[in-house]
Design a protein around this ligand. Structure first.
Ligand code: NAI
Ligand code: MG
Length: 359
């Protein structure tokens, strides 16, 4: 009997609860088929938590997450809370939870489903076979460095500073090497080492860590070149690791290779196996409550959780195969449908995927 994995489930706002409900069906089906065992407990978070408790990240939700093995998050936010003061905004909760849980990397897979290739703005033959992961450092670099204004020789100046220490680079590099090890064993480290001192330290450190991973093939690529190669030869990448700002830009670029935001999963990781898993999309207030949202991003986030936190590769593969099978059979939610009149709803899509999961 497998040990029981504790999953904190935070549905949040808008379409969050709809897509989370489908992901929970997938969890249940995986238990039945593979014999894994999950204990799920729900917590309030985001706008709904503001309404019910007066804060976006209630203490008991945080406790729930801290004692869990993984967190599954829907989405938070909506127009209702947009004009609230900062401490009463759902997004403040999002930053708070990442910080409190010590999550220092953001992981975003970009996978092309062959039957959806036409949905992308890139040529299908360029996209063929694309299956990559961007590992982005999340808590260091220029976004967190000292920033200030001053009076210079030519008037007002603004200064942002980019700082990385060896320990920050080491831990993200190790994580990326570990992930590459579970895949095609190729890692591209992205920097701007021809110009930036932080990038030179980045590169030296990654090279040093690579000695512990002789089975992973390491490539260094300058960020501007990487931006081009992602559009020219996306299928040649496996795992990409990079610092915060470069990762912000490259992960959005990589995401758009695939076409729809309703398909994109993500993970935020810290030390050890713990992780927070969520779709890349937001709470989609424009379609919330209509039962038409695409649950696939959240379902694929469960698969990512199985791979990165639990090491349940068989179940992860089964989920990914089920999604592919349902798409190959022509089933589409509105966001990915060419003929919108044939689009199916959230629960119908969830049911099809659940029924397609097998060993
Ligand atoms: P969004 O991702 O919620 O929506 C953008 C567009 O994509 C909308 O037209 C929406 O209908 C569509 N869409 C998104 N997910 C979909 C799905 N699963 N199926 C079908 N269509 C889908 O981004 P937006 O509109 O900028 O933000 C809405 C709210 O969500 C805001 O309050 C924002 O702050 C919040 N947000 C929360 C995030 C999170 O919880 N991590 C991330 C991004 C935004
Ligand atoms: Mg961004």
């Amino acid at each position: 009997m497998a040990d029981v994995k504790k999953i904190a489930v935070i549905a949040g706002d808008g379409i969050g609860p709809e897509v989370i409900a489908e992901a929970e069906k997938v969890l249940k089906k995986t238990e039945e088929i593979f014999g894994y065992r999950f204990e799920t407990e729900h917590g309030l978070f985001g706008g709904i938590a503001i309404d019910e408790t007066g804060t976006p990240l209630p203490q008991n939700t945080l406790e729930l997450c801290k004692k869990a093995d993984a967190v599954l998050l829907g989405a938070v936010g909506g127009p209702k809370w947009d004009n609230n003061p900062k401490e009463l905004r759902p997004e403040t909760g999002l930053l708070g939870i990442r910080k409190e849980l010590g999550l220092f990397s953001n992981i975003r897979p970009a996978v092309i489903f062959d039957c959806l290739k036409d949905a992308s703005t890139l040529k299908p033959e360029v996209l063929e076979g694309t299956d990559l992961i961007v590992v982005r450092e999340l808590t260091g670099g220029i976004y967190f460095g000292e920033k200030f204004r001053r009076e210079g020789a030519h008037g007002e100046e603004a200064v942002d500073t980019c700082v990385y220490n060896v320990q920050e680079i080491e831990r993200i590099a190790r994580q990326a090497f570990e992930i590459a090890r579970t895949r095609s064993k190729r890692l591209a480290s992205v920097d701007k080492a021809n110009v930036l001192e932080t990038s030179r330290l980045w590169r030296e450190t990654v090279i040093r860590i690579s000695a512990d991973y002789p089975d992973v093939e390491l490539e260094h690529i300058l960020v501007d070149n990487c931006a081009m190669q992602l559009l020219r030869r996306p299928s040649s990448f496996d795992v990409i690791v990079t610092e915060n700002m470069f990762g912000d830009i490259l992960s959005d670029e990589a995401a758009m290779l695939t076409g729809s935001i309703g398909m994109l999963s993500s993970a935020s990781l810290g030390e050890g196996a713990f992780g927070l898993y969520e779709p890349v999309h937001g709470s989609a207030p424009d379609i919330a409550g209509q039962g038409i949202s695409n649950p696939i991003a959240t379902v694929l986030s469960v698969a990512l959780m199985f791979r990165l936190t639990f090491g349940y590769h068989d179940a992860a593969e089964a989920i990914e195969r089920a999604v592919k099978e349902v798409l190959d059979a022509g089933h589409r939610t509105g966001d990915i449908a060419v003929d919108k009149s044939k689009a199916i709803g959230t629960t119908a899509m969830g049911d099809l995927i659940v029924n397609a999961i097998r060993k």
